[in-house]
Design a binder for this molecule. Structure first.
Ligand code: PXG
Length: 294
């Protein structure tokens, strides 16, 4: 039996879940989304994801047809309908159709609200064991005065360009700089590095999305007694770091062992990266942070 999809007040079978070819999400990328995970029935930081969805929508002046509480219930219900406890969850909200090919968002009266839940397919174990290699890519992070990187919109072309550049270069991900030349983030992952026992990560003002994994990792690192500093990061900082890792909902915490040909540390996932990852794995199951770090 195929999956149930929540779509505009109904649960429909995956093959029946269809949007109009005139939907502005399809025509223009005019929509927002969230990627979330559930672990053994615990939807990790669902409230935070929903808050971010509301912020993205607000920025685009896009009405959200449900309250945050209703969305929480819809997500839980969709998981239940599909008998899923460990899952990847995608919330998508589009502007809907209206005015044919017109760009005018105010004509659109039928926003499409969709929740998809599927079994989570883990990344290859090899990447966690050995770490990944990345390169700095030519494409820069879009400037916040063009389109804020905080908006998780359906237009991910900036990130897709980076993915193309990374894959064609034969590496797993790309490191995006902002237009000032400072490190912003990866395609769908934030970046951290450790130097002399202190963690560093670029501030969101430098083009990094305020990642939910990023925030969780910062909290965990603090609780473990580390200092975490948000400051402008250069490629030099990354090249000369003791440890580098990336964070995101799908990848969680993944060690970076080579950047632009420079080997990081001893070329293996770092000790603190591994420790953080172990703690993170307990944290996502719904354990209290105090219980996780002790
Ligand atoms: N930066 C960008 C540009 C992103 O799109 C992150 C960082 C990490 O944020 P979270 O909140 O996931 O820690 C993202 C995340 C996925 C997935 O399945 C994630 C994103 C987009 C598409 C897929 O992990 N965005």
């Amino acid at each position: 039996m195929s999956n149930y999809i929540f779509m505009n007040d109904e649960y429909v079978r995956e093959e029946d879940a269809k949007v109009s070819i005139y939907d502005h999400g399809f025509l223009f990328g005019d929509g927002v989304f969230e990627g979330i995970r559930a672990y053994n029935g615990n939807v990790f930081r669902l409230k935070e994801h929903i808050d971010r969805l509301f912020d993205s929508a607000k920025s685009l002046l896009m009405p959200v047809p449900y309250t945050a509480e209703e969305i929480e219930k819809i997500v839980e219900e969709t998981l239940k309908k599909n008998n899923l406890e460990t899952a990847y969850i995608r919330i998508i909200l589009t502007r809907g159709e209206g005015g044919g090919f017109s760009l005018d968002p105010f004509i659109c009266k039928s926003p499409q609200f969709i929740v998809i839940t599927v079994p989570f397919e883990a990344f290859s174990e090899r990447f966690y064991r050995s770490g990944i290699e990345i390169i700095t890519v030519p494409t820069r992070r879009n400037r916040s005065d063009v389109l804020s990187p905080q908006v998780k919109s359906l237009n991910y072309l900036n990130n897709i360009m980076v993915k193309i550049e990374a894959i064609t270069a034969g590496v797993q991900d790309g490191l995006m700089l902002n237009t000032e030349g400072y490190v912003a983030e990866g395609t769908t992952q934030n970046i951290f590095y450790l130097k002399k026992g202190v963690f560093y990560t670029p501030p969101c003002s430098q083009g990094a999305l305020e990642g939910i994994t990023r925030n969780a990792v910062m909290e965990l690192a603090h609780k473990l007694g580390f200092q975490v500093v948000e400051r402008s990061v250069t490629r030099h900082d990354i090249y000369t770091a003791d440890e580098v890792f990336m964070t995101g909902t799908a990848a969680e915490i993944i060690a970076v062992v080579k950047v632009d040909g420079r080997v990081i540390g001893d070329g293996k996932p770092g000790v603190q990266t591994k420790q953080l990852y172990e703690k993170y794995k307990l944290f996502v199951l719904g354990n209290e942070i105090e219980a996780v770090v002790n």
